[in-house]
Ligand binder design. Structure first.
Ligand code: PMP
Length: 355
């Protein structure tokens, strides 16, 4: 989280803008929270250049919830195509099988989730209701550097992207997207808020079994207030959008500035890893994530010592996901370049002292 956002939230915790209430104490139907919600949506729309024909929905259930909610709303019980690129798209595919015929049209499982299957080789269905990709595989450290152009690949289906772990870290080409979903807890705010951005024509096709609170049309028709939305999460995301809009990098502002910063941060760490025999990243350089950088020590018996020393140096949460092992540096938007410099400094010193 950006420190400025946390400080502002702390200063407004007991009394939001002289209302005599903190945000957690507000009715979601009151004018104060209404103003926060409307502003948050408008700020997100401006920041991510979301076109008018897309609805921004504030929901609950997280990315894993959306793995069920998307097929319930979009599949019409027919077929959906899945591109498997790592742990999260694998989970999405598995869950969708409960609601539709979920077909794997490409997979990088054979190479241990280290490369992106070339879109030209995807076996897309002629009749898919949607095509699902996870645009940043948080655990495996794989990121789409460009969204696939499904129309150019011969598919008429809308593209669904799980952008949970890189939302607002780079611009989105909405001309290629039908629906984007993501949990807020990486780049936007606290866990509990799920953002769904969905094109108008994809509303209104939910399966009978779809819970009303998860029916995108119901949520859109009620401005995300069909049931009580995660008010605190929306408020914090709103502060984060304001913070993002103020970021500059040379001539760049907002998400473009964040992207430039994220490119520089990731390059610093990848260049250091690639230049060392002591550490390794196994992901194809063409699809390496800017947000999540898994790496391995050549001698894994040193893992515990590496993590203990890192903790002592104030470098936390570096242990890799249990399914992959090794280390993982998650350098989300709020991580400053200085944080990555500190990590590289520690890694260099750890290597030197063990040489
Ligand atoms: N998709 C991606 C890309 C994720 O990174 C995560 C969480 N790390 C999820 C889905 C699952 O999100 P949640 O735990 O909010 O359900």
């Amino acid at each position: 989280m950006p420190e400025a956002v946390l400080r502002q939230a702390a200063s407004e915790m007991l009394d939001w803008h002289g209302s005599g209430m903190g945000v957690m104490e507000m009715s979601h139907r009151g004018k104060e929270f209404g103003a926060i919600c409307t502003q948050t949506e408008a700020d997100m729309r401006a920041l991510l250049a979301v076109p008018a024909q897309f609805h921004i929905l504030f929901m609950q259930g997280g990315g894993l919830g959306e793995n069920a909610i998307v097929p319930m709303n979009l599949s019409r019980g027919t077929r959906a195509d899945f591109v498997i690129t790592g742990s999260w798209s694998t989970k999405s595919h598995k869950e969708a099988q409960r609601y539709c015929e979920a077909k794997v049209v490409a997979s990088n499982a054979a190479d241990g989730h280290t490369g992106l299957p070339d879109p030209a080789g995807w076996q897309l269905s002629a009749d898919a209701s949607y095509v699902h990709v996870c645009t940043n595989e948080t655990i495996n450290g794989i990121e789409f550097q460009q969204l696939p152009d499904l129309a150019a690949l011969g598919s008429k289906a809308p593209l669904v992207i799980d952008f949970s772990s890189h939302v607002a870290s780079r611009p989105v080409d909405w001309s290629r997207v039908g629906l984007a979903f993501g949990g807020a807890q990486k780049n936007l705010g606290p866990a509990g808020l799920t953002i769904v951005i969905v094109r108008d024509d994809l509303l209104g096709h939910a399966l009978e079994i779809c819970p009303s609170a998860f029916n995108y049309k119901t949520v859109a028709d009620n401005q995300s207030m069909y049931n009580t939305p995660p008010t605190w999460g929306i408020y914090i995301a709103g502060l984060t959008f304001q913070w993002l809009a103020q970021q500059t990098e040379g001539e760049l502002t907002g998400v473009a500035a964040m992207e430039a910063r994220n490119v520089a941060k990731a390059r610093l760490l990848y260049d250091f890893i690639d230049g060392s025999d002591f550490y390794a990243n196994k992901v194809d350089p063409g699809c390496r994530s800017r947000m999540n950088i898994p790496f391995f020590l050549a001698d894994e018996s040193r893992n515990e010592a590496f993590l203990a020393g890192a903790r002592e140096a104030g470098l936390l949460q570096l242990k890799g996901h249990k399914s992959v092992g090794g280390m993982r540096a998650s350098i989300y938007n709020a991580m400053p370049l200085a944080g990555v410099q500190a990590l590289v400094g520690y890694m260099r010193e750890f290597e030197r002292s063990r040489a």
